[in-house]
Every structure is written in structure tokens, then in C-alpha cells.
Design a protein around this ligand. Structure first.
Ligand SMILES: [Zn+2]
Ligand SMILES: [Zn+2]
Length: 260
């Protein structure tokens, strides 16, 4: 009986090829984007494992004493940094975060992005994947794609690039201060404008109000704001909105000394 045995690298490449061909199909029916993203995340996870395997076989297992389940994205990254001595920069970590968030959303039926947002995320992840393969596995993954699929990747890249250029021009022409441009939580581009309550991404159109933290007065996305009750013993409620940073600080510090 013939068994399908592929190496991790072959596996990763086949996930990637399948992912791009799903992206092609998504041009005519959008529901394929879900699979395109899932397969791409799978390709990324598998190439990280392959790099761990190059350091030592057993490292691909989450518990090296019980080699049964393999590592997830975050454990892979942590071991690659600590043991394989690979350096990841902030944009790499942001890509991994994106990959893991998107997979969670899809698996939990919460995947609800516009086509521009999906395309932007897809292009970012392809960028991370191809760079990682080139730098750490000596594989030119894009060059190995069948030409039709390679062309698709190029087109998507160009499309997202154009959206970005347009956003950049708009930000310039409206004279937006650089501090008032954040990374968009939907498309991950640096194009989320918070000036004058605009609170909109100029690349993908994502809108989310920003709220001022009642502790440090910094702005924070509404979805990141944590509500904390500082009510007194008589049962009077006194809710305050905190940014994530202040909230986390509050959880580790003793709140009563500082806030009463
Ligand atoms: Zn956006
Ligand atoms: Zn704060």
C-alpha cells in the first residue's frame, strides 16, 4: 500500500499552492477566501516547524518528552528565537499575530472582513511566508509557483499597493499629523486615521470609534477599552473606561492606594 508521506517543507509548499489557487477561485466566488487564508496560515505554521526540525527533530513537538502534538504558532516562534537564534522583527510578530487571529476568527465563525481587508491580510501573510522561506529555508517559494498563480500573487500585491498609495496621498493632502495615523486592526496597514474623530482606515475603510482613557488620557480603540468599577462600599457604581495598558497595570498593582 502506498502511503502519502511528505516532508514538512513539501507539505508547507503544497498548502501554499492550494491557498493561492483558492485565492484565484475567490475572484469569482468570495467564500473561497476563507480557505485561502486558512491554508496560508497552515503553510506558515508548517514552514516554522520545518525550520525547527532543521535545528532538531524533537523541537516540533510541544512537549518534547511526549512527542505527540506539534507546536502552535507562538511556541514555534518562541523556540525559533530562543533555540534556533532566529531574530523576528516587529512586523514579523505582527504577521504571526494576524495569522493566528484570522485562523481563530474563521474557526469560530467570526470571520467578517471586507474583500479589501482580506486581500490586504493575504498579501501581508504571503510576504511574511515567502521572506521566511527565503531567509531561513533557502527556498524561493514565489518562483516555484505555477506561473498563473505567481501572476495572481503579483496582481494582489499590486492591488493592495495601490490602495496603500491612494491612502498615503489622502493622508498627506488632508494634512493629517503622523501621530494620528495608527495601524488598522482590520487590514494591518498604517492607515487608520484618528484625527478629528475620523477614526477610519484610509486603505480598507474600517471604522471604529476611539475613546479616551480616563486614567492616562490617551486614545484607545473602543473594542480595546476596559470598563472598571470603582464603586464604593455603599454599593454606588462608578465605572471608568481604561485603555488596555492602564487596565493591565491596574490588575498587577494594588488599585486602592492609587485611586482613592
Ligand atoms: Zn484598514
Ligand atoms: Zn490609559
Amino acid at each position: 500500500m502506498s502511503k502519502l508521506k511528505m516532508t514538512l517543507l513539501e507539505n508547507s509548499k503544497s498548502f501554499f499552492i492550494e491557498s493561492v489557487s483558492k485565492a484565484v477561485q475567490a475572484e469569482t466566488s468570495e467564500e473561497h477566501w476563507k480557505f485561502a487564508i486558512l491554508l496560508l496560515v497552515q503553510a506558515i505554521e508548517t514552514c516554522l516547524k520545518e525550520r525547527l526540525r532543521c535545528t532538531q527533530d524533537v523541537l516540533i513537538y510541544s512537549n518534547i518528552d511526549k512527542p505527540k502534538h506539534t507546536v502552535d504558532l507562538w511556541l514555534a516562534i518562541s523556540r525559533l528565537e530562543k533555540i534556533s537564534k532566529i531574530e523576528f522583527d516587529a512586523s514579523d510578530i505582527s504577521s504571526i499575530k494576524t495569522a493566528s487571529e484570522l485562523r481563530n476568527q474563521i474557526v469560530h465563525f467570526e470571520f467578517n472582513l471586507s474583500i479589501d481587508q482580506i486581500k490586504s491580510n493575504f498579501v501581508t501573510l504571503v510576504g511574511f511566508y515567502s521572506e521566511f522561506c527565503q531567509k531561513h529555508l533557502e527556498e524561493d517559494i514565489i518562483a516555484e509557483l505555477p506561473s498563473r498563480l505567481g501572476q495572481e500573487v503579483m496582481n494582489l500585491d499590486k492591488y493592495v499597493d495601490e490602495l496603500e498609495q491612494r491612502a498615503k496621498h489622502r493622508i498627506e493632502s488632508e494634512g493629517i499629523t503622523p501621530e494620528n495615523v495608527w495601524q488598522c486592526s482590520a487590514c494591518k496597514k498604517d492607515s487608520f486615521v484618528i484625527e478629528d474623530g475620523i477614526d477610519t482606515c484610509y486603505v480598507c475603510g474600517y471604522y471604529e470609534p476611539t475613546v479616551e482613557c480616563e486614567n492616562c488620557n490617551e486614545s484607545e480603540l473602543e473594542s480595546e477599552i476596559q470598563e472598571v468599577d470603582f464603586g464604593n462600599m455603599k454599593g454606588l457604581e462608578n465605572w471608568k473606561s481604561f485603555c488596555r495598558g492602564c487596565y493591565e497595570k491596574l490588575e498587577t498593582d494594588n488599585p486602592y492606594e492609587e485611586y482613592y
